[in-house]
Design a protein around this ligand. Structure first.
Ligand code: SAM
Length: 246
């Protein structure tokens, strides 16, 4: 076979990720509140503000990679004007089903396109979007460097990429509390609320393995993004990175 050990490890990771989100899809929105103690709402709201969506009829095409149940898509459609069109993209059909139902119920059916696939190989031509977002998604993608290069490729020149993700806590005392919360409290909540301790344990581990903010910024520059910067949220529990395709 032409698959090396590395390919097998990558496919293993993706398989595990897919099982986790398949399991949690119907509980996903509750899970988000629990994992971030409700803070993801404020962080996502800041991300939407940074997008500077047109309020009028000007066309604006947003691609939300690893968009899951459509949280970012819905917020962007609610905040922006009628020219805002969103492509909700995810590898997991169970998550997308929830996203389809939510965007339809909110009356945005005509301005949302739902596409299934992997962030490592986006099925869109170069220069297709004015902005690309990935929110709590990048850490789940086995080949992050590929996902970053793909996000840049599909952006139009002058377009901007945003990555919202859990990050590295930089306040010592807070760090201890955060450790206890992540390794003890979250898996227990997962067990009682979603009946799935392992899935939540995976989520906590994936957060810890994610590159610290300066390393992620470096990866983004390597992928070709310019004017890369980041803003820590809530003492570094999360961070918003951004970069431009110029
Ligand atoms: N963006 C949403 C949010 O902020 O609430 C959902 C984030 S959820 C924690 C992570 C999502 O990443 C899941 O829906 C999962 O299916 C998706 N995902 C995992 N691996 C992926 C890949 N290789 N390509 C695209 N999406 C992927």
């Amino acid at each position: 076979t032409h698959f090396g050990f590395e390919d097998i490890a990558l496919r293993d990771k993706q398989g595990r990720v897919n099982r986790v989100f398949e399991e949690v899809a119907s509980n996903y929105d509750l899970m988000n509140d629990l994992m971030s103690a409700g803070l993801h709402r404020a962080w996502k709201s800041s991300l939407i503000t940074e997008l500077s969506l047109p309020r009028g009829a000007r066309r604006f095409r947003l691609l939300d990679v690893a968009g899951g149940t459509g949280d970012i898509a819905l917020r962007a459609l609610k905040r922006g004007g009628p020219g805002v069109h969103v492509t909700l993209f995810d590898i997991n059909p169970a998550m997308l089903d929830v996203g389809r139902a939510r965007t339809k119920e909110a009356g945005f059916e005509k301005r949302v396109e739902i596409v299934e696939g992997t962030a490592e190989e986006l099925p869109f031509p170069e220069h297709s979007f004015d902005a690309v977002t990935i929110s709590f998604g990048l850490r789940n993608v086995p080949q992050m460097d590929k996902a970053l290069a793909e996000a840049r490729r599909v952006l139009a020149p002058g377009g901007r990429f945003f990555c919202l993700e859990f990050s590295t806590v930089d306040v010592a005392v807070f760090d201890k509390i955060y450790d206890t919360y992540s390794f003890k409290v979250i898996p227990q909540i997962g067990k009682h609320v979603a009946g799935d301790e392992d899935a939540y344990r995976y989520l906590v581990e994936s957060i810890r393995k994610f590159p610290p903010p300066d390393d992620l910024a470096h990866m983004m520059r390597t992928a070709g993004f310019e004017r890369v910067s980041y803003t820590p949220y809530t003492g570094g529990v999360a961070a918003l990175h951004s970069g431009w395709r110029l």
